[in-house]
Write a protein that binds this ligand. Structure first.
Ligand SMILES: [Cu+2]
Length: 148
C-alpha cells in the first residue's frame, strides 16, 4: 500500500518535471544568479569576494565571513610573489565559527566569531595554493594564494 503510493507519486513527479526540463530557451532561472559570484578554486566553486594584492607586505588580514549570501573569505584570492612569506591575520567577521586550512602546509586553525588569529604561510613558487574553511568548504568557503 505504502510502496504503491510511493511509486504513483514518483511517476507523477517525473511527469511534472519532464516537460519543464525539455523546454529550452526562454528565461532560465537556474545558473548564474546575480549577486553571488562564483569562482573556480581548485576543483571547488567558491563564493567570490574579490582579489587583493599582498605583494611586498609581511602581514595581511583575511576576513572569514558569512552573511545572507553565504560563506566566504574576503578577499577570496590573495596575490603575492613567488615564495613570499607572509603572516595572515584571519579575522572572523561572521556570526558563526570559521576555520582556515591549507592542507599542504598543515595549517588548520579555527576562529570564533569576533576573534582573529595569525598564521604564517608561504606563497607557492608558481600557481596557486587553496585555502578553505573546514566547516563550510562544501558551501563555497574557499580561496587561494596566487602567484601572478
Ligand atoms: Cu566557515
Amino acid at each position: 500500500m505504502a510502496s504503491r503510493t510511493f511509486v504513483l507519486l514518483t511517476a507523477a513527479t517525473v511527469a511534472l518535471i519532464t516537460p519543464a526540463a525539455c523546454s529550452s530557451g526562454g528565461s532560465s532561472a537556474s545558473g548564474s544568479s546575480s549577486g553571488s559570484n562564483k569562482i573556480t578554486i581548485g576543483s571547488d566553486q567558491a563564493n567570490d569576494h574579490g582579489t587583493q594584492d599582498a605583494t611586498g607586505t609581511s602581514t595581511f588580514t583575511i576576513g572569514a565571513d558569512n552573511d545572507s549570501s553565504g560563506y566566504f573569505f574576503n578577499p577570496t584570492i590573495l596575490l603575492g610573489s613567488a615564495g613570499q612569506s607572509i603572516t595572515l591575520d584571519i579575522k572572523n567577521d561572521g556570526s558563526v565559527q570559521h576555520n582556515f586550512s591549507i592542507t599542504s602546509m598543515n595549517v588548520n586553525i579555527t576562529i570564533q566569531p569576533g576573534a582573529s588569529q595569525e598564521v604564517k604561510v608561504t606563497f607557492p613558487q608558481t600557481g596557486t595554493v587553496e585555502y578553505f574553511c573546514s566547516f563550510h568548504h562544501a558551501l563555497g568557503m574557499a580561496g587561494e594564494l596566487s602567484v601572478a
